[in-house]
Design a protein around this ligand. Structure first.
Ligand code: FMN
Length: 425
């Protein structure tokens, strides 16, 4: 994999932002007939934003609108102009699936589709993201997503991964605007629910097409656009160039969602101020700080926000791991020899669910424990564990051995900025 599609766990930019005077993340936006409130979106992240993670984030974003007590409750002034945001119960307005191949989706059997498209009722509103380059197949899979009950369908034009780009999908399409137009028209004609697109600025600095693309999306009847303000060649390097989000906002009437390098509530407000975008989308900051959406809501309402204590972190990581283990429990272990077809299948399913859960735990741990004192030790132990229960034990021991819960962290020096493969977006 080329180095430009490797993503560091830390951001290259180190800009510390303060809340701008006027800017607030909007209380709501409408994409077609779907109300997104507040105007915050969890970015699609392949290998991360499955149903367990999405619900985990939604849950971490909850706050009690009117309850002034409790460490995370917001206590806003109901007469304030921001009251509407703070009256929402979740700080995360919209979640999206990881990207799914339109070719695969239209070919696979119903049972297999379930694996990719499963979501729970409490995830609404939810958008299904698809990628591909064939207008017919994309239209077919958009219909499948609409029939499956998704509120929106999103087209991925941002993925920089070679295996996707080589088939002309993801950011590969950014070099072929006429084909994009055909896709927009064909998919738009196929579904009646809102249809959106998420893209990068262009293939490289010589081919920046995002403004033209956004106008084309609007002309073709798409309901919103989201820009990750980098080129494909840029990968994740350098700062996201928010000025291109502003340029798109100036060029179209449909809602514009800004994305790239939001790490804190201050960043979110600064993006709104700098670009006028209608909503902010947050990716990498979510697994590192699952409270970010709630913090944005609190910051929007009060100008300040609570930071997690050690104990909050403990509860959070434990909660996520237990959710993953609950999924594994849906594929019970087969004891004794598996000598008939059914037992063999059940055994395979159990092993694959177990592997998947452990993989996700390890990945989450590597994001979530950066900056935590002693986090490197915990990461190492988690990486050595073979079973989910072992991982949970390690987490438990790590946190219970810490005597005094701390109010805040004195972050450990981050010596482990090893690049994590991130193929998408
Ligand atoms: C692990 C990972 C997987 C991603 N997968 C997708 C994806 O499936 N679809 C997509 O549109 N973008 C994907 N992206 C890109 C993000 O949605 C987002 O555009 C990018 O991370 C920039 O936002 P951030 O600075 O808030 O992280 C992915 C990013 C990461 C880190």
């Amino acid at each position: 994999m080329p180095s430009d599609v490797y993503m560091k766990k830390e951001w290259n930019n180190t800009i510390e932002r303060e809340m701008p005077e006027q800017a607030r993340v909007p209380a709501e936006m409408h994409i077609g007939g779907v109300r997104i409130a507040p105007a915050t979106v969890l970015a699609p992240m392949a290998g991360v934003t499955d149903t367990v993670f999405r619900r985990f984030i939604k849950n971490a974003s909850m706050y009690a609108a009117a309850a002034p007590s409790g460490p995370w409750a917001l206590d806003p002034d109901p007469s304030s102009v921001d009251a509407e945001t703070s009256n929402e119960v979740s700080g995360c307005g919209l979640i999206m699936t990881e990207f799914t191949s339109a070719d695969g989706l239209s070919r696979m059997r119903e049972t297999k589709r379930k694996r990719y498209l499963t979501y729970y009722e409490d995830e609404h509103p939810i958008s299904a993201q698809i990628f591909g380059s064939n207008p017919e197949t994309l239209a077919e899979s958009a219909i499948i997503c609409a029939d499956w009950g998704f509120d929106l369908v999103d087209l991925n034009l941002g993925c920089p991964a070679k295996r996707v780009v080589n088939c002309n999908g993801g950011s590969g399409l950014l070099r072929d605007l006429p084909l994009i137009q055909k896709i927009f028209e064909r998919v738009r004609g196929a579904i009646s629910i809102p249809f959106t697109v998420k893209f990068r600025m262009g293939w490289n600095d010589k081919n920046i097409v995002c403004v033209e693309l956004a106008k084309m999306a609007e002309d073709c009847g798409l309901n919103a656009v989201a820009l990750h303000a980098r080129t494909r060649e840029q990968g994740y390097s350098g700062d996201a160039r928010w000025e291109w989000i502003a340029a798109i906002k100036n060029a179209v009437q449909i809602p514009v969602i800004g994305n790239g390098d939001i790490r804190t509530p201050e960043d979110a407000a600064a993006m709104v101020e700098a670009t006028g975008c209608d909503a902010v989308m947050i990716g990498r900051a979510a697994p590192a700080n699952p409270w970010i959406f709630r913090q944005i809501a609190q910051y929007t309402a009060t100008g300040a926000y609570d930071k997690p204590t050690d104990m909050d972190r403990y509860r959070m990581i434990r909660d996520y791991f237990e959710r993953l283990m609950t999924e594994v429990a849906e594929h019970p272990e087969v004891h004794g020899p598996a000598d008939d077809d059914l037992s063999k299948r059940l055994k395979r399913n159990h092993e694959s669910a177990q592997r998947d859960a452990i993989g996700r735990m390890k990945q989450f741990a590597s994001w979530f424990t950066h900056g935590v004192p002693g986090g490197a030790t915990l990461r190492r132990e988690i990486f050595e564990a073979k079973r989910g229960a072992q991982v949970i034990d390690k987490v438990e021991t790590f946190f219970t051995q810490r005597t005094e819960p701390q109010e805040d962290f004195a972050p450990e020096p981050d010596t482990e900025l090893d690049a994590a493969p991130a193929w998408m977006g």
